[in-house]
Ligand binder design. Structure first.
Ligand code: TYM
Length: 333
């Protein structure tokens, strides 16, 4: 049986190789299995949990849509839309806020990381954001949710919320309990400057990530400058212990080449680092620069993007408004 897929990406700028390998590349593979039905959302309501400049946000919504299209998500096969156009997300999020427990949210590590030391100054939105994420998923009866490793805890929360709603309102299976789809390898791509830190759009150093809008020269330069160590290329996977930067670069190579980490280790054992980096730079440029070219092309004239988002939001609205209506009936509204 086909899967019902839902996933989202925040339009907060600087989409990078981590987003691509951890999530978007898999969105395309799932879409290309004809049995699946896929919904991919530009989650702009999530983006405003931290302050955004309205003009930049507007552009980032289009840019994220362009990233989806340039990476191979096809509006004829998948629904592509932006979250704020479908009001059921905000409505369902409120309802589910009354089901979720404070204790559950207090455990969310991403909030702790993002809020930092001064929790009191974080927005309430940032704190309750995983509930909105649950609403996104549950409105579409998603069976599977492809994400990177950093979203695992939020998905577990979505499962808890679905189960509690079904049990509180005695409606078994009404909200479908979603399965996370997290790749066994390469689900956490690390910074090019520090193999212990996730590659992230908010890292102040642009050299820490490959942006999906980087051109070939920028990509090659960043890979050249990526941190490595003073040892030789490993010949076994246990040779990667305590070598997070090398493991990350080999992982990027393996993932973009659709091969296992073991195979890429074999391929480069005995080589020197500069040979490996040249090959890696070539591969990343080969895979990413066509995407970045296509993004730029799509962004020159955005009527196509606007049309795709409008049509997508109508389709999403159809599904989500029905589900929220049923939710309200169950609640007694
Ligand atoms: P966001 O926008 O931060 O990231 C989008 C996707 O990219 C993955 N990702 C990574 N994967 C591997 N390595 C990395 N360094 C890396 N950085 C990011 C993320 O895991 C994610 O899959 N809350 C979500 C968006 C969201 C969502 C949803 C996802 C909102 N509603 C419903 C799934 C279902 C987020 O902020 O992702």
């Amino acid at each position: 049986m086909g899967k019902k897929i839902f996933s989202g990406v925040q339009p907060s700028g600087n989409l990078h190789l981590g987003n691509y390998i951890g999530a978007i590349k898999n969105f395309v593979e799932l879409q290309n299995n004809k049995e699946n039905s896929c919904v991919y959302c530009v989650v702009d309501l999530h983006a405003i949990t931290v302050k955004q400049d309205p003009n930049i946000l507007k552009n980032n919504i289009k840019e994220t849509t362009a990233v989806f299209l340039a990476s191979g998500i096809d509006p004829n096969k998948s629904i592509i839309f932006n979250q704020s156009e479908v009001s059921a997300h905000a409505e369902a999020s409120w309802i589910l806020s009354c089901v979720a427990r404070m204790g559950w949210l207090n455990r969310m590590t991403q909030f702790k990381e993002k809020a930092g030391k001064d929790k009191e100054k974080a927005s309430i939105g940032l704190y309750v954001y995983p509930i909105l994420m649950a609403a996104d998923i549950l409105l579409y009866d998603a069976t599977h949710v492809p994400v990177g490793e950093d979203q695992k805890q939020h998905l577990e929360l979505s499962r808890d919320i679905a189960q509690k709603f079904n049990s509180d309102y005695s409606c078994p299976n009404f909200l479908k309990v979603p399965e996370p789809l997290i790749q066994k390898s390469f689900s956490r791509i690390m910074s090019l400057k520090d193999g212990k830190k996730k590659m992230s759009k908010s890292d102040p150093s642009d050299l820490s990530r490959i942006n999906l809008t980087d051109n070939k020269d920028e990509i090659i330069n960043k890979i050249k400058k990526a941190k490595t160590d003073n040892f030789s290329m490993p010949d076994k996977s246990n040779g990667l212990d305590k070598r997070p930067e090398v493991e990350n670069l080999l992982g990027i190579y393996a993932s973009l080449n659709n091969q296992s980490l073991e195979n890429s280790i074999k391929e480069f054992s005995g080589n020197n680092f500069s040979d490996f980096k040249n090959k890696l730079a070539e591969l990343v440029a080969e895979k990413i620069s066509p995407i970045s070219k296509e993004i730029n092309k799509l962004l020159k004239e955005t009527t196509l993007i606007d049309k795709i988002l409008l049509e997508g939001s109508e389709k999403a609205q159809d599904i989500a408004s029905k589900k929220v209506k049923e939710m309200k009936k169950i609640i007694g509204f």
